[in-house]
Design a binder for this molecule. Structure first.
Ligand SMILES: *Cc1c(COP(=O)(O)O)cnc(C)c1O
Length: 367
């Protein structure tokens, strides 16, 4: 046996990853999925203009991308009405969450999130030795009051909140978030994950001073923009924190093709509006499929619909297993009481029709 000389912290970590990928499942099954509706990727794909920009950049991929992400930062700053010094670009929100935790959390530091909220954040906190304190959801919503109370009680340095939420698809209006920020404990930084904000109703994104000391908001090209495979996300925050990422980030983390694709996607706001309306139509379609088979679709401000299977986690897990066995890749919340639901990403009509055909069979087989 090889004796690894891992740090005591790394030694203590479980050898788990936040997600088992659909490719891993396909290799295990020996065949591909019919419908890929499990990872909240956009089945509608990216803007054709983004595709063209990436094709044009492909031959230049022998050169590293601009390590400052200068042009992309400038475009994002113009889009959001802040300065480029308020933007940090990275390898998706996931990569930026890792950098943020590395910057802020020493072993033993307190961090607050919700029971069943986005697991990649927790994975990074564990990886840097932070201590996670979790509060339950209130119904199908992340509970901003409970997050605040817990943060005050444990002296949290970071509070994680996704708005809209994954895995439940719920959202709080901007006023709730603004009120939460006004009442943050002094030591706490709000990590506001807005991965789905482009798909949320008007009035969901809080008005924020980019120079506010106690918030970082994260956005991504992975969801509404349909570029999950590209790995580009960004944070908007005060210039001091944005610059601190330079201490730890990968210098060439965001490649040349990725920078070109993200800039073109950002420019194509008409395409984004089109995706938004297709997502709205698909929400209704998937909701109707769920209801037709006795499941209860929850209201969604995202590109997925979470549906209550009406019983406990074992029942929902059985339905999920039977969907997967029929070639439909879907996922579900990991812990009770959220795990009475399955989560179905929205996609094109072919994928939704495959889900519609498989669902009654899966429910019957689940018993
Ligand atoms: C999908 C998702 C992410 C991941 O974003 P990337 O930019 O692809 O890393 C982050 N947060 C939430 C809540 C998500 O659902």
């Amino acid at each position: 046996m090889v004796k690894l000389r891992l740090t005591p912290l790394a030694e203590s970590l479980p050898s788990t990853v936040p997600f088992v990928g659909p490719e891993t499942q396909e290799r295990a099954m020996g065949r591909g999925f019919l419908a890929r509706l499990g990872a909240n990727e956009s089945g509608f794909g990216p803007s054709p203009r983004a595709v063209a920009a990436m094709q044009a950049a492909a031959a230049d991929a022998w050169m590293y991308g601009d390590p400052e992400n200068h042009d992309l930062k400038a475009a994002l700053a113009a889009h959001h009405g802040c300065g480029p010094e308020n933007i940090v670009v990275g390898e998706g929100i996931d990569g930026l969450l890792g950098n943020l935790v590395r910057l802020m959390i020493a072993p033993g530091d307190a961090v607050v999130t919700s029971v069943g909220a986005y697991p990649t954040f927790n994975f990074h906190v564990a990886g840097f030795g932070g201590v996670l304190h979790r509060v339950p959801y209130r119904g199908d919503f992340e509970d901003t009051e409970a997050l605040l109370d817990m943060a005050a009680r444990v002296g949290a340095k970071l509070i994680y909140l996704a708005n809209p939420d994954n895995p439940m698809g719920s959202h709080h209006p901007a006023a709730v978030i603004e009120d939460m920020i006004a009442r943050l404990p002094e030591a706490a930084l709000l990590v506001l994950d807005e991965a789905y904000i482009d798909l949320a109703p008007e009035g969901t994104a809080p008005k924020l001073d980019p120079e506010a000391a106690n918030v970082i908001r994260f956005r991504t090209f992975s969801k509404a923009h349909g570029l999950a495979g590209l790995r580009v996300g960004y944070g908007i925050t005060n210039a001091a924190l944005a610059q601190a990422f330079d201490k730890v980030r990968n210098h060439f983390g965001v490649g040349r093709v990725a920078q070109a694709g993200a800039q073109a996607a950002l420019r194509d706001q008409a395409y984004l509006a089109d995706v938004r309306s297709r997502v709205e139509a698909a929400r209704l379609r998937v909701g109707a499929i769920a209801r037709a088979h006795g499941l209860l679709p929850l209201a969604s401000a995202t590109n997925f619909v979470t549906m209550d299977c009406g019983r406990d986690g074992d029942h929902a897990r059985a339905i999920l297993r039977e969907l997967v066995a029929r070639g439909i890749f879907v996922r579900m919340p990991g812990v009770a009481p959220l795990d009475r639901c399955i989560r179905v990403s929205l996609g094109d009509e072919a994928a939704l029709a495959a889900f519609e055909a498989a669902l009654p069979l899966a429910i019957k087989a689940a018993g």
